[in-house]
Design a protein around this ligand. Structure first.
Ligand code: ADP
Ligand code: MG
Ligand code: MG
Length: 910
């Protein structure tokens, strides 16, 4: 047999054979159970069936060769270690069969407890649990039958798809017959009766008896866990969390320990720090005389973990010691699941715990202080998406708004919306563009669709570790859980709180930080983190752990990053805000808005000009207006580069729409008014109409066709720079020509511009750079030539994406992107995150060939990708000099540029 095993693929690992780095193969749960076992912590023995076995099963619909034998061998070792046999009628070994993928998917897949119980071994279990103690025997009987009914219930639901409510109803009936609302009041006889009822339900739905053969139970449960990987809710969760679909789940077979053996037993979950705020201390929930699933399901009300100190000091102290040890070992916040069986503590799970955005920053800062990690690692552990979340507005609370209830701040944020009570309704209203708050007593995995659709989630039961809380935190969605003053009535679609009734469609506001619930829509204000960026909170002088942690990590990101971060800003006000957020220049100042408002009239004059004199008059009138705009921006950005893009959109975009003009003309004619001007405009609009404006007369093409237009803009820029510089500030203009595809276009514009600049600048000391956008694929492919005429390139990755793929953003996002995402043609929209392989390749080629032709060429990016975390990493890799993004994304880009630098350096030194 030993010989055979060496050639066979290894599908099963005993806990002692694994470790925490084998998540891919053993899943997170299995890898960490192995790690804890090897740390010498009290973990019930067991083994893990690999994700490879799962993948093989899912591919063929059959267990791979050798798996059954390997399971048998490991089961035999487990039986030996425990001194019991699976399902032995006299003294049965029972096991749990637990899913566990590489990435945690809370509650998404299946677990079956108490495998190995049948009509005979349930008696053996009772006898063993009772021991010699006569008094304990009654309790032991109850315990054994309770365990058996749980097995039939979980097995029926998970393995055989028996509808779970049928079991729930039978349980409710049993309690009603007993005149109680509490499971614990059911005695052994009641539970025996319930087992009979459950078996009937099982038979009704499956057409067979509940399987009595322990090994058959085990094999079927393992199969069901494999299959749960492809359950609808698991698929949905993976898509939402961007977890790859082909990882498969491992299966853990673990010797059962019992938290339901009486008052000196129980089960709980805990975090080594507060996963919501990051505060130090122990956070958890404990439930006496219960089996594990009861806690997470929120079925019974738990007590705070601190209570355990009173109930069982020895176990409590041991638990705290273990938690400290795990934190030191994993160097991070851990969450754990444990069970106490008659005063003996057992560890059933640990992992590096999910946390809110605020907690991520606070904990990373604390761990640096505690000497467990360095600042590079702290930077690595937070991300731009979290920072962006911390920049969301908060409720502004004055006396008008009194909370009507207070629950647990389970996942922070401020959310207002219409109340809905079902997942389906949440999805419906959200599809109509409504913002909704999903209100439930507690959520379960079937509510996932509604949770995704909702702005926030409010539950009346469950703690920080309830399903709603865990899933909402994972999604970064606002959640208040356990608001028990709220009496939720789902069938009637209403809840009652403090004597008031709130029905579906009413508006409520929930604060996921404080746990407070308000009726109506509460106004919002900037978050603390934004106040800090704005300069109104001084991190050195306030007692705010979050702001201090953000400050510290941002400072480190700034010290580490190689990419500069600029902003896209068209006005002095935007420029000023972005500068406070840390922008080091403007990467894109659009000039379009300088042609809007009451200036439209001048544009009309320009378009309708009959001769040179007319046109020059219109341009001359625009010149001082533009100059004033530029002066304001240069002054705000004193000393920093400002990239101004010459006018880009087609000029007809500045004219009224065709239909409107046609109506105007008709009405005026009717009234016998003079319509010459209107008619001329109408004729111009007709003449300038384009089938594909995106690919039409715009960008550099306008500059080459309309005499004097670019010249006027160049003059306004140069004159503004001279004026600002003469007044003592430093203006650093960079003139950017849009939509260039050929070097000759740029050369023509540049020749004219240089003449004007030389004339205006004189000896003022102002230096004006001239460069181009790279946004047409041809420009990227001829970048070597274009660089001869350009002092800088700025990648316009929006247009480059549109033209690279050949689709227009406005038309396609609603039309078919959903299908492309569904089919996996994109993992994410290429407008959100740069398409590395295609559009990214164009960027790479242009950067390399541009630099080869002109080594001092400055390279930046000014599309929306400049503020997208993934894309920032790509631009770092390509070696650009800067990214430019909207003012609010500037901190995100700074952080991600720092992370990209840390990650690259890390791999350099390896
Ligand atoms: P999930 O991934 O949904 O958390 P688990 O596999 O952790 O599912 O199982 C759910 C609960 O069942 C656990 O929290 C634990 O309390 C209980 N459980 C699992 N295995 C055992 C076991 N061997 N003995 C006692 N309780 C167990
Ligand atoms: Mg678990
Ligand atoms: Mg463009």
């Amino acid at each position: 047999m030993a010989k055979q095993e060496t050639v066979e693929h290894k599908y099963v690992y005993a806990f002692v054979e694994g470790n925490k780095d084998l998540k891919e193969l053993l899943g997170g749960k299995g890898a960490n159970l192995a790690e804890m076992t090897n740390l010498g912590l009290p973990v019930p023995p067991g083994f893990t069936i690999t994700t490879e076995a799962c993948k093989a099963y899912l591919a063929t619909g059959e267990e791979p060769d050798g798996l059954a034998d390997q399971i048998a061998a490991h089961l035999a070792s487990l039986e030996q270690a425990m001194g019991k046999r699976l399902g032995d009628p006299e003294d049965p070994l029972l096991v749990s069969v637990r899913s566990g993928a590489k990435f945690s998917m809370p509650g998404m897949m299946e677990t079956v407890l108490n495998v190995g119980l049948n009509d005979r071994s349930v008696q053996g279990l009772a006898r063993q649990a009772g021991g010699a103690d006569q008094q304990a025997a009654g309790g032991a009987d109850r315990f054994a039958w309770d365990s058996y009914r749980r097995l039939i219930q979980m097995f029926g639901k998970t393995v055989c798809e028996v509808p779970g409510e049928e079991f729930e109803h039978a349980l409710d009936d049993a309690k009603r017959a007993k005149g109680t609302g509490n499971d614990l009041d059911l005695d052994a006889d009641d539970l025996r009766g319930l087992v009979d009822a459950y078996k009937k339900i099982f038979f009704k739905h499956t057409g067979r008896e509940f399987p009595q053969e322990p090994r058959e139970q085990l094999d079927l449960a393992i199969r069901a866990v494999f299959e749960s990987w492809n359950a609808e809710r698991a698929v949905l969760y993976r898509r939402q969390e961007r977890i790859p679909a082909d990882l498969g789940t491992a299966v853990n077979v673990v010797a059962m320990v019992f938290g339901n053996l009486g008052p000196d037993s129980g089960t709980g979950v805990a975090f080594t720090r507060d996963p919501a705020s990051g505060a130090q201390g122990i956070y958890g929930d404990y439930l006496a005389n219960a089996q594990g699933e009861d806690v997470v399901a929120g079925i019974r009300n738990t007590v705070p973990l601190q209570e355990l100190e009173r109930l069982d000091k020895k176990s409590y102290d041991e638990l705290l010691g273990i938690m400290a040890r795990l934190e030191g070992h994993y160097k991070d916040l851990c969450d754990i699941e444990f069970t106490i069986e008659r005063g003996k503590l057992w560890m059933l799970q640990t992992r590096v715990g999910k946390r809110t955005a605020a907690a991520a920053f606070v904990i990373a800062g604390q761990l640096v202080d505690e000497g467990l990690i360095d600042l590079d690692e702290a930077l690595h552990r937070v991300n731009g998406a979290q920072l962006a979340q911390l920049m969301f507005p908060r409720f502004r609370l004055d006396h008008e708004f009194q909370p009507v209830a207070k629950g647990i701040g389970a996942s922070p944020g401020a959310a207002s919306g219409k109340v809905v009570f079902t997942s389906a309704r949440a999805v419906e209203l959200a599809a109509e563009g409504e913002s909704v708050i999903l209100v439930r007593r507690e959520t379960n995995p079937d509510d996932l669709n509604g949770m995704i659709a909702a702005q926030g989630i409010l539950t009346s039961r469950g703690g920080k570790t309830s399903h709603a809380a865990v899933v909402a935190r994972g999604m970064g969605k606002t959640c208040v859980s356990g608001a028990d003053e709220i009496d939720v009535n789902v069938p009637q679609r209403r809840f009652v709180v403090g004597g008031q009734t709130v029905v579906e469609g009413d508006i409520v506001s929930i604060d996921g930080t404080t746990g407070k619930v308000y009726l109506g829509e509460v106004p919002v204000m900037p978050s603390e983190v934004v106040q800090y960026f704005e300069g109104s909170l001084d991190p050195e002088h306030i007692d705010n752990a979050l702001v201090r942690a953000v400050h510290r990590i941002m400072s480190h990101a700034d010290a580490r990053r190689r990419l500069a971060v600029r902003t896209n800003a068209d006005t002095g006000a935007d420029a000023a805000r972005a500068r406070r957020f840390g922008a080091e220049g403007i990467g894109l100042c659009r000039t379009e808005h300088m042609f809007l408002g009451d200036r439209r009239e001048l544009v009309e004059r320009l378009i309708l000009a009959r001769d040179n004199a007319d046109r020059e008059a219109a341009l001359a009138a625009l010149l001082p207006l533009q100059r004033a705009d530029f002066e304001e921006i240069f002054r705000e950005m004193d000393g920093m580069p400002v990239t101004v893009r010459l006018i880009d959109p087609p000029l007809h975009e500045f004219l009224p729409p065709l239909e409107q003009l046609a109506v105007n003309v008709a009405v005026a004619q009717e009234r016998g008014e003079d319509v010459a001007q209107e008619e001329a405009l109408l004729a111009a609009v007709r003449r300038m109409h384009e089938e594909n404006p995106m690919l039409g007369l715009r960008g550099v093409r306008l500059g080459l066709v309309i005499p004097g237009l670019f010249a006027m803009q160049v003059r306004a820029i140069a004159e503004a720079a001279v004026t600002v510089t003469r007044s003592g500030a430093v203006a650093r203009p960079e003139i950017m020509v849009p939509l260039v595809g050929a070097v000759q276009e740029l050369e023509t514009v540049r020749a004219e511009a240089e003449k004007i600049i030389a004339e205006v600048v004189g000896d003022s000391g102002v230096e004006v750079l001239i460069g181009t956008m790279i946004e047409v694929p041809r420009a990227a492919l001829t970048a070597g030539q274009i660089a001869e005429a350009a002092q800088f390139f700025s990648f316009g990755t929006n247009d480059l994406t549109q033209m690279g793929w050949g689709f227009s953003r406005d038309d396609v996002e609603g039309a078919f992107f959903w299908r492309y995402l569904e089919l996996g043609i994109f993992g994410i929209s290429p407008f959100e995150s740069i398409d590395r392989d295609g559009v990214g390749r164009l960027v790479r080629i242009a950067a390399e060939e541009g630099r080869a032709a002109r080594p001092e060429l400055k390279l930046g990016v000014c599309g929306e990708h400049g503020g997208d975390p993934e894309s920032v990493h790509f631009f770092h890799e390509v070696g650009l000099d800067y990214v430019s993004c909207s003012p609010f994304r500037v901190p995100v880009a700074r952080l991600e540029a720092g992370r990209a630098a840390v990650e690259t350096d890390g791999s350099d030194s390896r």
